[in-house]
Design a protein around this ligand. Structure first.
Ligand code: ADP
Ligand code: MG
Length: 354
């Protein structure tokens, strides 16, 4: 269906490890202000001036976190960078550098790795980060990618998961559930393709959903926007697992409860219509779908005017005292307990878990 195209297949062995690293990393440039030495020595040398260093890492395993039958390698490279940058923005930090480590079997030709690296390169360019190192290894089975991201923030700018107080407003950026529904569409097309390899899927109606799944964008615009609005969130997290589990993380780390209002959850019209098509409840998808890479944060009520009317932000609830519990307030005005069901758990329930 989405074969990684290209006729030529150059064997990895033609390059050798060092030749391969040189080849894949030949286009990376560094920002001299932040990076004194990038790729090419025993270690990179970075300059954070008078700011604190914020660091995060993620590991992506073929068959567990991605499926190459519908994930083009260029998108995979891009997404591997995004999931890490999203964690930096969730700390209210600026992204500065990444390292990329890969393990691949020789079933992948050099051209496949070029595709992967073109996605990494594009992400690094658009998000202004330097690729300053990595490691390359062989793998006996699938592909493994590990990205580490380094960011910078003034100490007083850093936002933790732990600062929310009762009565703070709970706010989310963008809209939710689209990436999960994009995955559902891709999984469905994969099954159709297995039965009939000549079928040409019409994916036009699902463009937004599929893009959210295959080419997520981390919210690099939000930390500078907070600065411009003179807004300091009391707590923050990025939405990788689903709104309910991230909300519960903020509550647990901050020692608060929450009231989250179902009717306030921002959904794109495409999510609503495809949920109807798949006979899924859109609230459940937003709560448990995951991979949205939006930011979820709390602000003091006194700061409400700073975000009021801003299309980037939706107030979806408020924090409460811890002993009041964590609740979803439904459209029928019923209070039900908010439970964490990450998208992995959801997949298991559907009998396709890993
Ligand atoms: P070492 O033996 O010290 O691990 P390597 O030969 O693995 O050194 O790496 C040489 C240089 O290339 C280092 O700067 C390393 O960070 C970088 N590098 C290695 N693999 C990758 C990769 N897959 N992507 C980006 N940089 C890499
Ligand atoms: Mg090495």
């Amino acid at each position: 269906m989405f074969e990684n195209s290209g006729e030529s297949r150059t064997s990895l062995s033609e390059y050798g490890e060092f030749g391969l690293i040189d080849h894949l990393t030949r286009n990376f440039v560094i920002t001299p202000e932040n990076t004194l030495k990038g790729i090419g020595d025993d270690a990179a040398v970075l300059d954070f001036k008078d700011e604190k260093v914020v660091v995060t890492t993620d590991l992506l395993v073929e068959g567990v976190h991605f499926d190459l039958s519908y994930m083009p390698l260029k998108h995979l490279g891009y997404k591997a960078v995004m999931v890490n940058l999203s964690d930096l923005y969730a700390m209210n930090a600026k992204a500065r550098q990444i390292t990329v480590s890969i393990a691949v079997s020789n079933r992948f030709p050099v051209e496949a790795l070029e595709e992967l690296y073109s996605g990494i390169e594009l992400a690094a360019k658009l998000y202004k980060v330097d690729v300053v190192g990595g490691d390359t290894s062989s793998s006996n089975s699938g592909m493994i990618i590990s990205v580490t991201a380094l960011g910078a923030a003034k100490e007083e700018e850093v936002v933790y998961r732990s600062g929310a107080k009762a009565n703070d407003l709970l706010v989310v950026t963008g809209d939710l559930g689209a990436a999960y529904m994009g995955l559902q569409v891709l999984e469905r097309e994969k099954q159709v393709f297995k039965v009939n390899p000549n079928s040409q899927p019409d994916l036009d109606p699902y463009t937004y959903l599929i893009e959210r799944q295959l080419k997520p964008e981390a919210r690099q615009d939000i930390p500078p926007l907070f600065k411009a609005l003179d807004l300091h969130p009391t707590s923050m997290i990025d939405i990788s697992d689903g709104l309910s589990s991230e909300t519960i993380h903020l509550c647990k780390n901050s020692g608060t409860g929450v009231n989250l209002f179902e009717e306030k959850i921002p959904l794109d019209p495409a999510v609503i219509s495809v949920c109807e098509e798949f006979k899924l409840d859109s609230t459940t998808i937003a709560l448990s779908g995951g991979e949205d890479y939006e930011l979820l944060f709390t602000i003091d009520q006194g700061d409400y005017d700073k975000i009021k009317g801003n299309p980037n932000f939706t107030v979806i609830g408020h924090m409460t005292e811890e002993n009041e519990g964590r609740h979803l307030v439904t459209r029928a005005n019923q209070k039900i307990e908010l439970i964490a069901r990450g998208w992995n758990a959801m997949k298991k329930e559907e009998g396709e878990g890993n």
